[in-house]
Design a protein around this ligand. Structure first.
Ligand SMILES: [Zn+2]
Length: 310
């Protein structure tokens, strides 16, 4: 019920119109060799056989929409920058860290919120409409599956398009907070300087010092993106819901995830326990390669649209 409400909250303001891959986004996609044709045939047979497909997606699906991931060799944020993900305890305990986080987030939001689903998102949405997909779990917080129109969906780590109050739990739209930030900080972004082309924002300490962050309008509590930061855990109820959907499925497809984070990997362990067959599409090795009967190394936007669901 809560998830349905969250989706309607988002869809009210999400313009789901035209989708295309923006120019220049390939800079975030790691290099990959040509796709092995026999592996692709294996995936085709795997998907055609599945009646109730359970799909897990990760950052590799969104790099082709222009959103950099953390771990990709050479092009991920770990490789290119000193940026590291916000830790949950640091955000909760440190007001200065929150101020810095929101200042950077405020500047990056106009560009980040404009990202569009790519061909892989759209094909997965089509597979759902055709009855192929039983459930889709994404580790991404970019709302691209929702923008594509995916319905049978769990956003495992939340969604950056929503904001939660740590005091009263109220959920609000990130887009509304942007308006609030703008009112509280007139002209601030001009003073802070331009955003880098890839959306990374670097700010000096004195620039951050003058950025004003509003509290929750209902209770005065701390506002946080409704996203599971590193060091936090996914709610037990959400994990159980996903495990239930997995138990109803007859095949698992991993798309664009190295499964390095346990919160996603656990579903592969559960699939293995239930002897549910697994296929993986990803550039580079994954933590679950030993559990997969089919493994295709390549870009999701190239591999998934090449598969006929029936
Ligand atoms: Zn509140």
């Amino acid at each position: 019920m809560l998830l349905l409400w969250r989706r309607s909250l988002f869809l009210k303001t999400c313009a789901a119109s035209s989708y295309s891959m923006p120019a220049g986004v390939v800079s975030f996609v790691p290099a990959s060799a040509s796709i092995d044709s026999s592996a692709l045939e294996g995936l085709q047979a795997f998907v055609a056989r599945a009646k109730r497909l359970f799909v897990i997606t990760g950052a590799g699906l969104s790099t082709e929409s222009g959103i950099p991931d953390y771990r990709s060799e050479g092009v991920g944020l770990y490789a290119r920058t000193n940026r590291r993900p916000m830790q949950h305890t640091e955000f909760v305990r440190n007001a200065r860290s929150r101020q810095r986080y929101w200042a950077r987030n405020y500047l990056g939001w106009p560009q980040f919120s404009m990202h569009k689903p790519n061909s892989a998102h759209l094909v997965l949405r089509d597979w759902e409409e055709q009855g192929k997909i039983h459930w889709l779990v994404t580790q991404n917080v970019d709302a691209l599956h929702t923008k594509a129109g995916q319905q049978r969906l769990t956003e495992l780590h939340g969604c950056s398009h929503r904001v939660v109050c740590l005091g009263c739990g109220a959920l609000t739209l990130r887009a509304e907070l942007q308006k609030h930030f703008a009112k509280l900080n007139p002209g601030w972004e001009v003073q802070a300087g331009a955003v880098a082309p890839d959306g990374d924002v670097f700010l000096e300490d004195d620039q951050v010092l003058h950025f004003r962050v509003p509290p929750c309008q209902a209770c005065g509590g701390i506002l946080k993106p409704e996203v599971t930061f590193f060091g936090d855990t996914v709610q037990r109820g959400i994990v159980q819901l996903v495990l239930d959907r997995l138990a109803e499925s007859d095949a698992v497809l991993v798309a664009g995830s190295s499964l390095q984070v346990y919160s996603g990997y656990r579903f592969l362990l559960a699939a293995s326990e239930r002897r549910i067959p697994v296929a993986i599409v990803n550039i580079g090795p994954t933590r679950a390669d030993h559990l997969a009967e089919v493994r295709v190394s390549g870009r999701c936007g190239e591999v998934i649209p090449a598969i006929q669901p029936c």
